[in-house]
Design a protein around this ligand. Structure first.
Ligand code: ASP
Length: 330
């Protein structure tokens, strides 16, 4: 049975509802040294967590036609929200332990405007609702029933998000309610996307069904501005995938953008972001976090804890899947 790869044992134990299997760690650890690795500056560009090539292809289509980065990131991640075979985002996402699919998403534009939805049910495109929150309300975050009601008022249709496949796997999981997390078995997860348009303006979006079989009501980092996503159009942007609790604790994406402001390259900033998480988890690094970042020049970087994380990039230089350097070596 396939299981979500990004479940941190200690988090689950603390929840007191699930027994977790500790993974033994005998892997070589890479010293966190200053990196000289960087990508050449190019723009426009769209990058996203993992190998979501259809999402970056869509974002590039928007950018290449002269569209703005906000439309590019929204339309890019919407591709994954609509893909029922993707069990970590949107329709078809894995449910919580009670069988409810609850979605988290946020979006941020060049002016620092942002919108977010958390614990949203029955709506197929949470990023589009998040954009409406940003553009049509004086608020930043709408949650649960209020967010759902707001979506209906904006014309979104009620949709069953639980596919037969995800339901089948959840029913199977319920037989033991036990996690045996296997890191990076599935090569996809939360999608966070960052883009720069032809005017040089940066936007970002992030969308997820969150941790599979989570406690009902749990919200991760992905819809939290500063944690799962942050954009500062003067400096750059960052987004995250992985165990959201750890990203929230370090306000990971905001931290990375601030490090870029202080002169680090996106690569160096992502490495420092992961290092902060490692520092808080010295006894157990058997979980995954992946960051990607971009600066105003269009230079990109990424770093993760476990090997296996990649990010997609689409620019005039091509459409490529870039393996991320990792703190732990395979
Ligand atoms: N960051 C997401 C969350 O914690 C999950 C993931 O990226 O795997 O909800």
């Amino acid at each position: 049975m396939k299981r979500r790869k990004f479940l941190k044992n200690s988090t689950l134990s603390t929840a007191g509802i699930l027994s977790a299997t500790l993974l033994t760690s005998c892997k070589e650890q890479e010293p966190l040294k200053k990196s000289t690795i960087n990508t050449p500056p190019i723009k426009p560009i769209a990058i996203c967590t993992w190998n979501f090539l259809n999402a970056t292809a869509k974002a590039w289509e928007v950018l290449n036609a002269g569209g703005n980065s906000l439309d590019a990131v929204q339309q890019g991640v919407m591709v994954e929200e609509a893909d029922t075979t993707n069990q970590t985002v949107g329709v078809g996402g894995r449910p919580d332990r009670d069988g409810n699919v609850t979605l988290d998403s946020c979006i941020m534009d060049k002016n620092g405007n942002c919108g977010s939805v958390v614990y949203l049910q029955n709506i197929a495109s949470p990023v589009s609702v998040a954009r409406k929150v940003m553009e049509d309300t004086p608020h930043v975050i709408l949650a649960g029933k209020g967010a759902e009601q707001f979506a209906y008022e904006k014309g979104f249709k009620k949709t069953n998000l639980l596919t037969e496949q995800s339901k089948k796997e959840w029913l199977e999981w319920k037989k033991t309610s036990e996690y045996k997390p296997i890191i990076n078995i599935e090569n996809h997860d939360t999608i966070g996307m960052l883009a720069i348009d032809k005017n040089g303006d940066i936007s970002g979006a992030c969308t997820t069904s969150g941790m599979a079989y989570k406690i009902g009501g749990r919200v991760g980092d992905s819809p939290i501005i500063g944690a799962g996503l942050f954009v500062d159009n003067e400096i750059g942007a960052a987004t995250a995938t992985g165990v959201g609790e750890e990203v929230v604790r370090t306000v990971g994406s905001f931290l990375i953008v601030e490090l870029i402001r202080q002169g680090k390259t996106p690569q160096e900033a992502c490495e420092e972001g992961v290092k902060r998480i490692i520092a808080k988890n010295k006894d157990n690094t058997d979980f995954q976090i992946g960051f990607i970042a971009i600066n105003k020049k269009g230079e990109t970087g990424s770093y993760c804890i476990q090997p296996g994380f990649t990010y997609r990039s689409y620019s005039k230089e091509g459409h490529i899947n870039i393996p991320s350097k990792s703190y732990i070596k395979s």
